[in-house]
Design a protein around this ligand. Structure first.
Ligand code: GAR
Length: 190
């Protein structure tokens, strides 16, 4: 199963996927490319570290969504990698019908809350400020409804009394780094 990873940030989840592949814990999946909409994103450094194709793809003209010329560039780059699965690992742009149709049924997203609670931006901060005691992370199929596609799996993270936001972020990343490779592995073995 050929994986393409898209991300906008430091890329700790992409690194967890690549580590899992290296350790033989990713089933029949292998990462063939990593693309980012941010030229300075940490995720792009993983290309060299894991000897995998990685590149910035210009998302212009929009700031928060992928549409128009930027969408066309992403469709071209991702298509060229011939993915069986496109993994959004911290990709902070809303996908539109053009991209969704190009990779129909093949896109999954990681979100840092127990969906359907706290969709959208800053799922960790939203849960922390709301004062819930249980949050977690979700991997779901991507549809036009932002963070609304069918849920594939979730992991629970408890917020203990005295936890700071920074502590919660750390716990969330630990949970995500286990959940996302496990879901990919299962999908690859179907
Ligand atoms: C992760 O916590 C992921 O759940 C979140 O971005 C972070 C990326 O971290 N994604 C979203 O909020 C998507 N709406 P990383 O770059 O270290 O993998």
């Amino acid at each position: 199963m050929r994986l393409v990873i898209l991300g906008s940030g430091r890329g700790s989840n992409a690194a967890a996927i690549l580590e899992a592949e290296k350790a033989g814990r990713l089933g029949r999946a292998r990462v063939v490319a990593v693309f980012s909409d941010q030229p300075a994103a940490g995720i792009l450094a993983l290309g060299e570290r894991f000897a995998v194709n990685s590149a910035f793809v210009d998302p212009a003209p929009f700031k928060t969504k992928l549409e128009g010329a930027g969408e066309a560039r992403f469709i071209a780059a991702v298509s060229a990698a011939q993915p069986d699965l496109v993994v959004l690992a911290g990709f902070m742009r809303v996908l539109k019908p053009g991209f969704l149709q190009a990779f129909s049924g093949k896109i999954i997203n990681l979100h840092p809350s127990l969906l359907p609670s706290f969709p959208g931006l800053d799922g960790i901060g939203q849960a922390f400020r709301r004062g819930v005691k249980i949050t977690g992370c979700t991997v779901h199929s991507v549809t036009l409804e932002v963070d609304g596609g069918p849920i594939l799996d979730q992991a629970v993270v408890r917020i203990e009394t005295g936890d700071t936001l920074e502590m919660l972020v750390e716990k969330m990343h630990t949970a995500e780094h286990a959940l996302l490779p496990a879901v990919i592995r299962r999908l690859s073995e179907r």
